[in-house]
Design a protein around this ligand. Structure first.
Ligand code: UD1
Ligand code: PEP
Length: 435
């Protein structure tokens, strides 16, 4: 179990270039299985989850060549399907959440897809019904081995159809889209998720030869084709990482510039931070956050009631930023209710923030009220364990702003989605070491 030691209370300054998007990368890398031709992918983040998926693809027989930093070619012209039944796959496949999206492309191209119950954050129930109900609608037979927690779908040929998803699942939609591109005829998916990750995936699939319309909406229409060709794809910057840098700048009263953020793909994110009182300046495609020397003040709703920040499927606010917004609110002037609607165990980390001196009431597993200190009282350094990726980065931000030294254990949770975070933080003046 890795550990960070952090000396808090230092102002940071400088420029940060965001990594490529983790959740997009997990979709795109699975999509390389849809063609026997070469696919080039750029701006791949060097993070644990993505590296695990690359190694799974390698074990599946995909030929992988590194071209440069974050740039790889993939050629899935000789896929080893026997690997899917191996004990090694049952072990490695559960190592990350994104591996679930291997199933759709494998089912579409080879008529069978298997996966052990995937890992990812322990942030509440993470059901897979949407994925498998979609595959079944396309004509696949489903089986589940309860002892081994091993899922399987098989079909000679998938057939396009209409489906109304039970929820707008991000990885579920990606999986079903990837299955339907090689299905016979037209597939219509209503209540589809439409995060930029999915928009990017659909654009890539169109470049590979399919015809998907409705990209960016919750109604996707996919015209299946017999075979897909190669392409080149470049990942968007990671919007969750961008939000994390904004939170860090505010909490440490630092002036930071986040480079090349792809503003038009950030949706509500800048608006929500502004409601929390953060000054966010657009400079070309960069975000500039000035040092908040006099703090930041949370706005109320128009009728004077307390602001609520809640997650929702895109174009609502992504749930992955709520922990970061929550930690930032602990030093704001004013109050906010954080409502994490999607996951039921993602707010328990507030106990640690309360230990550090933050004023938070955990109302129930989904809601926490934060009463900001307005920098009149510092958080105090402590020892903590990172429970999940976003709680981990939030505790790290708290530690960097706190008085004294903090220790964070289980930092693999942070490394899962943040590229060389300690090195990049040191480059802007943070006192952090990996021990
Ligand atoms: C690898 C990856 O891409 N992971 C992301 C993906 O996970 P993932 O695709 O696993 O998450 P889903 O979109 O399937 O669902 C997330 C949770 O929200 C609930 N739900 C979902 C849709 C809905 O309309 N109502 C609802 O309540 C689900 O029951 C589930 O508990 O999307 C999540 C939701 O943005 C993000 O937190 C994860 O970072
Ligand atoms: C929950 C997350 O990731 P995963 O779905 O991979 O667990 C996240 O990125 O915040």
């Amino acid at each position: 179990m890795g550990t960070f030691k952090i000396e808090g209370g230092h102002q940071l300054s400088g420029e940060i270039t965001p990594q490529g998007a983790k959740n997009e990368a997990l979709q795109i890398l699975c999509a390389v299985l849809l063609t026997e031709e070469e696919v080039t992918v750029n701006n791949i983040p060097d993070i644990l989850d993505v590296n695990k998926l690359i190694s799974l693809l390698e074990d599946l027989g995909v030929k992988i060549r590194k071209k440069g930093k974050g740039s790889y070619t993939f050629k899935a012209d000789d896929v080893n399907l026997d690997y899917l039944q191996s004990d090694q796959f049952k072990e490695d496949g559960r190592g990350l959440r994104g591996s679930i999206m291997l199933v759709g492309p494998l089912l579409a191209r080879f008529g069978k897809g298997y996966i052990p119950k995937p890992g990812g954050d322990k942030i509440g129930r993470r059901r897979l019904d949407t994925h498998f109900e979609g595959f079944i609608k396309l004509g696949a037979k489903f089986r589940y081995n309860k002892e081994e927690l091993f899922y399987g779908v098989e079909a000679k040929k998938l057939k396009g159809t209409y489906m109304l998803l039970d929820e707008a699942s991000v990885t579920g939609t990606a999986n079903i889209v990837m299955a339907s591109v090689l299905a016979e005829g037209k597939t219509t998916i209503y209540n589809a998720a439409c995060e930029p990750y999915l928009q990017q995936l659909c654009k890539m699939l169109n470049r590979m030869g399919t015809n998907i319309s409705g990209i960016g909406s919750n109604l996707l229409v996919i015209e299946g084709v017999d075979a897909l060709g190669g392409t080149e794809h470049t990942m968007l910057p990671d919007m969750i990482e961008i939000g994390s840098w904004i939170g860090l700048a505010a909490m440490t009263k630092s002036e930071l510039t986040v480079k090349n953020v792809s503003w038009d793909d950030l949706g509500q994110i800048p608006t929500v931070f502004r409601k929390l009182g953060i000054t966010i300046e657009r400079k070309g495609d960069d975000i500039h956050i000035p040092a908040h020397k006099d703090g930041y003040e949370i706005q109320n709703f128009l009728d004077g009631s307390i602001l609520t920040v809640a997650d929702a499927p895109w174009p609502g606010l992504t749930p992955d930023l709520l922990s970061i917004i929550l930690v930032m609110a602990t030093q704001a002037k004013g109050e906010v209710l954080i409502h994490q609607k999607m996951f039921e165990s993602r707010l328990f980390f507030v106990d640690k923030l309360i230990d550090m001196g933050a004023k938070i009431i955990l109302c129930d597993p989904h809601r926490a009220t934060v009463i900001g200190h307005n920098f009149k009282s510092n958080l105090k350094g402590t020892t903590m364990v990172s429970p999940d990726i976003r709680a981990g980065i939030s505790l790290l931000i708290a530690a960097l702003s706190a008085k004294g030294t903090s220790t964070i254990h289980n930092i693999e949770q942070i490394d899962r989605g943040y590229e060389h975070i300690d090195t990049r933080l040191r480059a802007i003046g943070a006192k952090i070491t990996r021990v």
